[in-house]
Design a protein around this ligand. Structure first.
Ligand SMILES: [Zn+2]
Length: 360
């Protein structure tokens, strides 16, 4: 039965009503005010559905759009302290350049290998079908079906780096939907992008506006704080261990740690809470921090010989792993606490949202 009142203008529906994908009837003028095409699309039985198939992704795309840049950035980060140390120790220029060439080739080869693995992994989770029907966003993959209530989702026009599989495609990255489970990019064709966006504007689905500038400032703040802590402890270690390398290397580790720690707190505030939960796994961050601390510890001990390098790699790596693992655990428990509070408040919140936007 057609509702007597349009959920948008709250007026009785006098002209032709159209049933949209949130299971509500809207008056023609409201729909056409947002987009005349949306009315035609809906009355002709159009479906808001998007499909990503295994053939849409490739290793070369992923390499070009993502892993190549990671390789260059990671390579430089890795090479910079090394180069400065070699120059400080009066190494000949050809040794410095040769060493850089070998290291960079190794990093790039490693990144290509990662790209192949990633794309293979993405393929096992494709095809991915996203469909909006009866007030629910349904994501169907070979792993199963995830359904989220539309009122629990947010969206924003354009892409999001969180939907990593998109880096492996050459498809148009129309707009991004944030469900509690996932971040999914949709609207791969212009014909579908328009009705997706028009519909979300019509039902006033909240637009996700990450405060990029604020996040950037906090990341810079984290880096500066880490640098200062590293500088102080570096001076202390340099004297205690009689190894000036610490004075130079610990501030670098401090910056990396500081930026990562702030990054973890940013992840814990993402709208896709279940995804953030996976990303904040303490073992994952323990390992990442071990790599950072371990490699810098290795360089610090290197001037005293290989055994000393290995020992300082293990000690510095382990201590740093404890910091990373503990921080991830802390932010993950905060996220879980927030989720628990949300579940308790959910019925009231949902009722008011539904009443405001969707109920007749
Ligand atoms: Zn209306």
């Amino acid at each position: 039965m057609i509702s007597a009142v349009c959920p948008r203008c709250k007026e009785p529906i006098l002209d032709e009503a159209v049933l949209l994908w949130n299971d509500r009837h809207y008056c023609r003028s409201c729909v056409e005010a947002i987009s005349p095409d949306l009315y035609t699309f809906a009355t002709e039985g159009g479906q808001l559905v998007d499909l990503l198939e295994p053939d849409d992704i490739s290793v070369s795309q992923y390499w070009r759009r993502f892993q190549f840049k990671v390789g260059i950035a990671g390579g430089l980060l890795f090479l910079l302290p090394l180069t400065v140390m070699l120059i400080r120790n009066n190494a000949p220029l050809e040794v410095v350049i040769g060493f850089q060439g070998i290291c960079l080739s190794f990093v790039m080869f490693y990144c290509w290998w990662i790209s192949c693995g990633k794309v293979k992994h993405f393929r096992t989770h494709l095809p991915r079908k996203v469909v909006l029907e009866r007030l629910h966003i349904k994501v169907v993959t070979p792993d199963g079906e995830q359904t989220s209530l539309l009122t629990d989702c947010q969206w924003k026009p354009g892409t999001s780096s969180a939907d990593e599989v998109l880096f492996a495609t050459s498809l148009k990255q129309g707009m991004t939907i944030y469900t509690p489970d996932a971040v999914i990019n949709c609207g791969h064709s212009s014909e579908l992008l328009k009705p997706w966006c028009a519909f979300f504007r019509l039902v006033e689905l909240p637009v996700y506006t990450p405060s990029r500038f604020q996040n950037f400032l906090s990341l810079v703040g984290g880096g500066v704080a880490g640098y200062l802590v590293g500088l102080l402890s570096g001076k202390l270690y340099a004297i205690e261990l009689n190894n000036p390398a610490w004075e130079f290397l610990l501030p670098i580790l401090g910056v990396l740690d500081g930026v990562c720690l702030v990054g973890l707190s940013i992840i814990s505030r993402k709208p896709s809470s279940r995804l953030a939960d996976q990303l904040l796994h303490p073992a994952l961050w323990g390992a990442e921090f071990f790599k950072m601390g371990g490699s810098l510890g290795f360089f610090a001990g290197f001037r005293l010989g290989i055994p000393s390098a290995i020992i300082s790699c293990l000690i510095c790596g382990s201590l740093n792993a404890i910091i990373g693992g503990f921080a991830a655990w802390h932010f993950r428990s905060q996220l879980q606490l927030r989720k628990k509070n949300m579940v308790l408040r959910a019925p009231e919140k949902q009722a008011s949202k539904a009443g405001y936007r969707y109920e007749v």
